[in-house]
Write a protein that binds this ligand. Sequence first.
Ligand SMILES: Nc1ncnc2c1ncn2[C@@H]1O[C@H](COP(=O)(O)OP(=O)(O)OP(=O)(O)O)[C@@H](O)[C@H]1O
Ligand SMILES: [Mg+2]
Length: 368
Amino acid sequence: MNNLNLKKLKLRNFRSHKSLDLDFYSHFIYFSGPNGVGKTNILEAISLFSPGRGLRGANINDLIKNNSGKLWDLFSIFKVSNILIEIEIGLDDKGRKNLRIDGKKKPLIYLTELFKIIWITPLMDRLWIGGSSDRRRFLDRLVMNFFPKHAKNCIIYEQALKKRNLLLKENEKDLAWFLAVEKQLALIGYQIDKYRREVIELLIEMQINMKYQGFLPILNIELDTQPIKSSEELLEEFQKSRQSDLKAKRTLVGPHKTDLLVSHSVKNIQAKNCSTGEQKSLLLSFFILSSLAISKKFGKPPIILLDEIVAHLDKENLSIFLQQLININAQIFATGTDIKNLEILPCNIQSYSIDWSENNSKVLLNKN
Ligand SMILES: Nc1ncnc2c1ncn2[C@@H]1O[C@H](COP(=O)(O)OP(=O)(O)OP(=O)(O)O)[C@@H](O)[C@H]1O
Ligand SMILES: [Mg+2]
């Protein structure tokens, strides 16, 4: 397995951290400390080494440390296939996120070629009971790891959808306008549906080969719509739906309506109807399958960020879950309010205590 890990991280004027330098030597790094001291902020900083807005989905200007008067900047050294690479992320003078690799400017999408970063946050505890758009976004983010083109496809589709909805609202009579937008929607929509299904197939394949799952349930994973066979088929669907869409003033069919359905296979119960603890274990099973699939497809494990995952998990189940990720040799960054939760783990943990003093986060490396 190719060696991949984050060796060094420097945060400058990033949220609660004015200046923080960390050197990592372990595959399991744990940040503990009371509420509000800046633990999640560190994971958020790492998550920004992937395209997009990071694990909170925050506006990049909100990341600037209050009253610092300077822009935020993140510097890192990653070891990718035994080569050390310096990667810097920051804001340019137009307020856009930019990337430098070994001092040279690169497009952000280039990061996905180097490594994949995936995460679980407390917000995801509501994934199965929330609206379908949250689950679509969750799935699409995963799909982007496998097919970087999916990110652009989703943006183009959203833009075209807005155009069509505007035509519907304005009751546009010129059918040529509709046809032009629908053709674009159909072309991109077909690819979006195809990539989503290919990733779901991969997850299912991982599950078939998985040996020991402990408390982690076997999942049924599917989309709630039939596969789109071709862009022509989707175009026909948009055209057929035009009359009802005109009444509703929005587009009622297409991959932007698709929901990700996950159920507990043994109990045959939809995730949304499972208990709180069961919903968490469904999420963790899904996450493990995603990590395994990335590891298998790209020959190296993803970097994993676990923000406060202990809620609703007893020690034994936490250990079973983490062991699955340790087995694929993934580097894991986790946060929690108590270090004791991780005492049972067999691997070498690098742990930090974080506190708050003089209006700044103070990070201390614990001695083993
Ligand atoms: N732009 C910013 N400038 C300065 N401080 C900020 C900024 N954005 C957020 N913060 C502060 O960062 C702190 C939150 O940090 P973070 O979410 O990392 O805490 P945490 O240690 O994960 O806490 P919890 O245990 O509650 O999850 C808050 O005190 C918040 O006010
Ligand atoms: Mg937090």
